[in-house]
Design a protein around this ligand. Structure first.
Ligand SMILES: *Cc1c(COP(=O)(O)O)cnc(C)c1O
Length: 235
């Protein structure tokens, strides 16, 4: 078995990254879009900081994490690297200050109280980029605000002085064709843009559905295993 630290592991990683970027470019052109307007975030959850370092050496600028402790630890270890850190996981209100210290973008604002906690955690005049997470399933227990409530949450965020609303984020349901779900997200995104024209980001698309997300206008893809390989056992 090869490890990510040896030469073979690195060239595999480089090959997977190149292959995904080629597929992104093909899908973008097929959708009549410029690949340069799409940001590919590499989701590095459960992988060691050393993998993030290798990705940076391969030119990756944007990485995503879904757990606050893991985000905070890796960001602290790699603070010298020029990386944009995206928090994509469910955010607990009592972790908001720690999330804000480590993340450049929070994709998963799903309720007003979490937005309030992120705003209260501001340490200086800087703005934190945030997205409203939309729940595209019928299960209210899944992450995200109901589509019908997304504009109200966006307006709540807009009233908070230290947050900069950038757009919307979602995960496609497992039991539905992703293109149909992403079409609903696109409609929600248009509603949010109607109240804040600059909030134009759509964070959607993972390993299994990024082509459909690109078709539906995604500006930010969150791709993990297709680039990093399978996630290590969390033990
Ligand atoms: C893990 C994760 C991803 C990446 O998933 P892959 O299928 O490995 O590409 C994207 N978005 C969120 C919210 C995640 O938790």
């Amino acid at each position: 078995m090869t490890t990510a630290a040896d030469g073979q592991g690195r060239s595999d990683l480089a090959a997977r990254l190149t292959a995904i970027d080629e597929r992104i470019a093909v899908a973008a052109r097929a959708a009549g879009r410029d690949p340069a307007e799409i940001t590919r975030i590499v989701v590095t959850k459960f992988h060691p900081a050393s993998l993030v370092r290798e990705l940076r050496a391969l030119g990756v600028s944007d990485v995503g994490e879904n757990r606050q402790q893991e985000l905070s630890a890796k960001q602290a270890e790699l603070a010298a690297l020029d990386l944009t850190w995206h928090f994509i996981g469910q955010g607990q209100t009592n972790k908001a200050a720690a999330i804000r210290r480590s993340a450049d973008v929070v994709h998963s604002v799903d309720r007003g109280r979490f937005a309030d906690a992120l705003d209260r955690a501001a340490q200086d005049d800087g703005l934190l980029d945030v997205l409203v997470q939309v729940n595209l399933t019928d299960d209210p227990g899944r992450g995200g605000v109901a589509p019908a409530d997304a504009v109200a949450l966006a307006e709540h965020v807009l009233a908070l002085p230290s947050l900069r609303l950038r757009g919307v984020m979602a995960v496609a349901p497992l039991d539905e064709e992703p293109g149909a779900a992403f079409a609903r997200l696109r409609a929600v995104a248009e509603g949010v843009r109607a109240v804040q024209p600059s909030a134009s980001w759509i964070s959607a698309g993972m390993t299994g559905d990024f082509v459909e997300a690109i078709d539906a206008g995604a500006t930010h893809l969150r791709i993990g295993s297709a680039i990093t390989g399978p996630r290590p056992d969390r033990g």
